[in-house]
Ligand binder design. Structure first.
Ligand SMILES: C[S@@+](CC[C@H](N)C(=O)[O-])C[C@H]1O[C@@H](n2cnc3c(N)ncnc32)[C@H](O)[C@@H]1O
Length: 464
């Protein structure tokens, strides 16, 4: 029998023990309650920005997963990873679609017959669905056929942003993913827009499809907004400097980089900020609350989310806002351009394949050529380098990259790819600054682009 002192399994288990002891100590130091799976658990661990706590948590998760994978072996692992995964997610999708979780009291339990009647589902079917997700502790079966919430199901009921994101993933994104291999067989390396699995699955590219499905568009916008509010993605954000966190599964960007840019630059009374593809306008609302002088225009194709978002804001704040219906594939209007300090392109370009991303950037050429003092701020993804993060954290970011491939034939770009894109759009675009989230992962950047007239530079050099 192998000497237990040489056991690789025990070595990993000891590491998990040591890391967990360290984590518990750190939690006690900052008076953070230990996490549990109970629906009323409100530990600050899941939202903390403390980098050493985050690092310890990530190491524990990485080690535990690695231990479980080794013990399970390849076949069981493959069944869990591939063979059974879609049945599990199909169970959850059905439960959400039939609004089952809402019928379970947050502080009690419900019998399956009551739930089946309330939701219009066959009792036997519902019991099997609930027992399926109970295996992943999404709900608990407390006694025969009675179910209660866990922290996971409670979030799906109480947090509309998380709910919207999960429903969108289980719905349109999931079906689109199953079309990826076929799409790539037809167009193995095409980086142009339109050649995406989403179109193959749903007949239209996402933004056309969402325009024709307003309910789904609202859900999508809610999901995107939630990721910014840090409602969902918090586990892997390791930096104390962030007020909001970014990645948990791949999204969840804080607005810190944008706020810091505004703090570092002089903003005058008359300055105008234009948020291109600004959706609900939540970024501008956050800026308006922090910076009292500039005015804002939120540009988008539809104003549904914008109207909903601005309702309820104080009148003084509302007065500083205007919505402008504008297609970001058309040149920027020149009417207000003399007042523009900043064009903001946030979470827009990563949605687009290179050909369209170049076209979007080119819409700023006339206005920035005429007013070279304008800054174009691109707040978008930047790929992390492989192997720096714990595998499960890197996986979350790679899942985001895959989401871009599936949905739009787009991608999370590396910094050199951003530079290439800008140069393709115009040789006069200069990337003057790239700030990344000050974390272990360079995954979100704020890039400041200015107009530098190279013909003038060339002429000046020749003169010299
Ligand atoms: C991923 S969302 C980002 C929203 C916002 N910038 C944010 O940071 O939350 C992309 C936005 O681009 C908008 N959009 C898509 N196609 C557009 C177009 N052709 N012209 C203007 N906006 C568009 C969508 O309606 C959506 O609001």
């Amino acid at each position: 029998m192998e000497d237990s002192a040489n056991s690789g399994l025990l070595a990993t288990a000891k590491q998990i023990h040591n890391e967990t002891a360290l984590l518990v100590q750190q939690l006690q130091l900052v008076s953070i309650e230990e996490p549990s799976a109970e629906p009323n658990c409100a530990t600050a661990l899941w939202e903390t920005h403390n980098s050493s706590i985050k690092a310890a948590s990530n190491r524990i998760v990485a080690l535990s997963r690695s231990l479980a994978q080794t013990i399970d072996g390849p076949k069981r692992y493959l069944w869990e990873f591939v063979g059974g995964a879609h049945y599990t997610t199909a169970s959850l999708a059905t439960i959400l679609e039939f609004s089952v979780l809402e019928k379970i009291p947050l502080d009690g339990e419900a019998h399956v017959s009551h739930l089946a009647q309330a939701c219009g589902l066959g009792e036997d079917k519902l019991l099997r669905l609930l027992r399926m997700i109970a295996c992943d502790k999404v709900v608990y079966e407390t006694r025969d056929s009675y179910f209660r919430h866990s922290s996971i199901s409670a979030v799906l009921v109480t947090d509309k942003y998380t709910r919207a994101l999960m429903e969108m993933q289980l719905g349109e994104a999931s079906r689109a993913s199953t079309h990826l291999a076929e799409t790539l067989k037809e167009n193995p390396g095409d980086n142009r827009s339109g050649f995406c699995a989403f179109k193959s699955a749903w007949g239209e590219v996402p933004f056309q499809w969402y325009a024709n499905h307003p309910e789904r568009a609202r859900r999508f916008a809610l999901a995107m907004e939630g990721t910014t509010r840090g409602n969902i993605f918090s586990r892997s954000a390791p930096a104390d400097l962030l007020t909001l966190t970014y990645w948990h599964l791949g999204l969840g960007w804080s607005l810190d980089l944008i706020h810091r840019w505004f703090e570092a630059n002089e903003i005058c009374d008359n300055d105008l900020v234009i948020d291109v593809g600004g959706g609900s306008g939540h970024v501008c609302v956050s800026l308006a609350k922090a910076f009292p002088t500039p005015s804002f225009i939120v540009q988008d194709l539809v104003d549904t989310m914008y109207q909903a978002n601005l309702q309820g804001l104080p009148e003084a704040l509302q007065k500083r806002f205007r919505f402008q219906r504008h297609d970001f594939l058309e040149p920027q209007p020149l009417s207000d351009a003399s007042r523009v300090k900043v064009y903001l392109l946030r979470m827009v370009l990563w949605n687009w394949a290179d050909d369209i991303a170049v076209k979007i950037l080119q819409t700023f050429v006339p206005v920035m050529k005429q007013f070279p003092g304008i800054s174009l701020l691109i707040n978008d993804g930047i790929h992390c380098r492989p192997g720096i993060l714990e595998p499960h954290v890197e996986k979350e970011i790679r899942q985001l990259d895959m989401a871009m491939m599936v949905m739009n034939n787009a991608k999370v770009r590396e910094e050199h790819q951003w530079r290439e894109l800008l140069t393709k759009a115009s040789p006069n675009f200069e990337l003057v600054r790239t700030e990344v989230e000050p974390s272990v992962a360079e995954t979100v950047a704020l890039m400041e682009v200015r107009w530098i007239d190279r013909t003038l530079q060339g002429a000046a050099q020749e003169d010299f």
